[in-house]
Design a protein around this ligand. Structure first.
Ligand SMILES: Nc1ncnc2c1ncn2[C@@H]1O[C@H](COP(=O)(O)OP(=O)(O)OP(=O)(O)O)[C@@H](O)[C@H]1O
Length: 266
């Protein structure tokens, strides 16, 4: 199979001797949407930044459609659209100029850039300076640049942070559209409702460890209508207090059984 998606195997990250991400395995097939959930400092952004090529893993491998993040860096990165959790739009450009600039970096046309602006509802604000945009409008523009060249994998760090309920719904619809087109998506969020609506699968991280993974249906089967909120409450309540033995230090604790197609030996 050529189009196999993202494969992360035993990926770790240490910074100044401290382990930020413990051995992390993840497979995302084309058309799958994965939400990375967890509290502040859990390691979500670090994992997304490693996938997006912004920071090196300390060990382990990351491949996208069999292209290695390190060995095939240029072609690997061409398949990824990345939305950072914050971005400094300081150059005084309008929305249209900004998106066209991103398009030119990706070798895409002005028409494609404008289409991405329309997709996120910014066509009427296209001649406004981005520096005066609200947080939510800036988020939508960042999302537009991540999807404009229809990458195989879309990596979104806190994409709905600052969005009003209407654009939250639009975000969910746009994710469903790219999923239909066979693109894979991974996004981090604190908004578990958004994860439930947009993702096929959710992963909870705690202190850089994957403590739970499952489909949204599996979480609902285990936690009922409280779904991911119930899972999060349960995980937090099990976190050891100071001095107590840290049971999560042993191999990754999976509270929801992994589906067979998440194994790496396919
Ligand atoms: N460059 C760095 N130097 C030192 N520590 C870092 C660095 N980058 C991240 N960390 C630490 O790694 C841990 C994970 O950070 P990360 O930003 O990945 O978490 P997160 O889950 O995205 O958190 P949040 O939800 O608050 O954005 C934190 O303890 C953070 O302080």
């Amino acid at each position: 199979m050529i189009n196999i998606g993202l494969e992360m195997v035993q990926v770790t990250k240490k910074i100044k001797g401290k382990t930020i991400v413990h051995p992390f395995d993840l497979t995302i097939r084309p058309g799958q949407v994965v939400a990375l959930c967890g509290g502040n400092g859990a390691g979500k952004s670090t994992i997304l930044r490693m996938i997006a090529g912004l920071t090196q893993p300390t060990s382990g491998t990351i491949e996208l459609n069999r292209l290695d993040r390190k060995l095939d860096r240029e072609y690997y990165l061409r398949q990824i659209g990345y939305m950072p959790d914050h971005f400094n739009f300081g150059a005084g450009l309008t929305a249209s100029e900004t998106i066209r600039f991103f398009a030119s970096l990706k070798g895409r046309t002005a028409q494609e850039a404008e289409a991405a602006l329309r997709a996120v509802g910014l066509e009427e604000a296209r001649n406004k300076r981005v520096s005066v945009f609200s947080k939510g409008m800036q988020q939508r523009l960042l999302f537009a640049q991540a999807i404009l060249d229809k990458p195989a994998l879309i990596v979104l760090d806190e994409p709905t942070n600052g969005l009003d309920p209407y654009w939250m719904d639009t975000f969910v619809s746009l994710v469903k559209e790219v999923k239909q087109a066979g693109q894979a998506v991974i996004f981090s969020t604190h908004q578990l409702q958004v994860a439930e609506e947009a993702a096929d699968r959710a992963i909870f991280l705690m202190d850089g460890k994957m403590v739970s993974t499952g489909t949204i249906e599996e979480y609902r089967a285990q936690y009922g209508t409280s779904g991911l909120q119930g899972a999060f409450a349960s995980l937090v309540s099990r976190k050891p207090s100071d001095g107590e033995e840290d049971r999560s230090a042993s191999p990754v604790k999976i509270t929801i059984r992994k589906r067979e197609n998440e194994q790496h030996d396919e």
